[in-house]
Design a protein around this ligand. Structure first.
Ligand code: NAI
Length: 339
């Protein structure tokens, strides 16, 4: 039976990389009915909002969405549709697998880790106020419910994906109550998973270790702010935001997305690299149980990234969006096998 998936092509290069991914998944033999939805700048003119209610309703009903980058207009009073989508759908876990890719030379080899970030509270709760003129406060909120469910999410993910070790990055030495609660909850959940090694590291020391010996890390579990920073830091270890996938996941709904932006400087020129969006689509296929197809797509991608002729320009190659996509289609139709 065909999968029913919501697709937000997004702004800027979003539609270009989305079309590429649709073609590549079709070439991989997947039957998908795409339900296209406008959000972000693309929705403002038609609906007067970045995130129309029917977009949220459709994703809630279909349970799975693939999303392109959305432009956040600056200085217009519109807040980020990405943040609103996470809140409305209660997508509490942000997942970023970070691994070296063939053909993308970086300072480190053998990086293969996953960052799990709590997406709903901490300093991103948005509770800020002015105490007296010249003095402002921003509240860091930590709840047992949110810390427990993100910890459980991380350990369940580790079990399903054969990950061996989870390291919590924290600052409980200073923020004894908020980060202390996060540690309490993580420790409690860790006791239910004796086969997964549990570690804790103070976030600043953890960042230093990450840029010295990233290959020693397996999974990282972080509250919101640390997770935001650490997920970009780790993306930098393997070639940057242009090559890493991401997902925001809740109990019953999941939205998969490339983590790069809408790249207005190259939009409409046929130069966009679909790799990150494609790897996000592979995460989506894994989530849907299509692991064999996801494996074939990743293998075909590895073959293409290994050669400058089929790498896009941002990765030092000579391909454009069309030649990359056509090469992926040809590679998949030639019948490469799953890794
Ligand atoms: P950006 O990621 O769009 O661009 C940074 C640089 O990377 C540019 O030179 C761009 O050409 C290049 N780049 C990004 N993706 C690429 C791809 N797939 N292929 C080839 N080159 C690529 O970041 P920027 O310029 O800071 O943001 C532009 C817009 O995107 C803003 O409105 C921002 O709010 C939005 N944005 C949206 C995100 C999302 O929806 N998840 C995430 C980050 C930014």
């Amino acid at each position: 039976m065909a999968h029913q998936i919501a697709l937000i092509p997004g702004d800027g290069i979003g539609p270009e990389v989305s079309r590429a991914v649709q073609r590549i998944l079709k070439a991989a033999g997947l039957e998908i009915v795409w339900h296209e939805l406008d959000a972000g700048a693309a929705a403002i003119e038609q609906y007067g909002t970045q995130l129309p209610e029917h977009v949220v309703e459709t994703i809630s009903r279909l349970k799975v969405a693939l999303k392109g980058p959305l432009t956040t207009p600056i200085g217009t009073g519109f807040s980020s549709a990405n943040v609103a989508l996470r809140k409305k759908l209660d997508l509490y876990a942000c997942l970023r697998p970070v691994a070296n890719l063939p053909g993308i030379k970086t300072r480190f080899d053998n990086v293969n880790l996953v960052v799990v970030r709590e997406n709903t509270e901490g300093l991103y709760s948005g509770i800020e106020h002015e105490v007296v003129p010249g003095v402002v406060e921003s509240l860091k909120v930590s709840s047992r419910r949110a810390c427990t469910r993100i910890s459980k999410f991380a350990f369940d993910y580790a079990l399903r994906h054969n990950r061996r070790r989870i390291t919590v990055l924290h600052k409980a030495n200073i923020m004894k109550m908020t980060d202390g609660l996060f540690l309490d909850c993580a420790r409690e959940i860790a006791r239910d998973y004796p086969d997964i090694e549990y570690r804790e590291m103070i976030v600043d020391a953890g960042c230093m270790r990450l840029v010295q010996e990233p290959e020693r890390f397996d999974m990282l579990l972080c509250e919101n702010l640390y997770g935001d920073i650490v997920s970009d830091l780790t993306a930098g270890l393997v070639g940057g935001l242009g090559v890493v996938p991401g997902a925001n996941i809740g109990d019953s709904v999941a939205v998969f997305e490339a983590v790069h932006g809408s790249a207005p400087d190259i939009a409409g020129q046929g130069l966009a690299n679909p790799t990150a969006m494609l790897l996000s689509a592979c995460m989506m296929l894994d989530y849907l149980g299509e692991t064999e197809a996801a494996g074939r797509v990743r293998t075909a991608l590895s073959v293409l990234l290994d050669s400058p002729q089929t790498r896009t320009r941002d990765l030092g190659g000579s391909a454009n969006t069309e030649t990359f996509t056509a090469a992926m289609e040809a590679q998949l139709r030639s019948g490469v096998t799953s890794k």
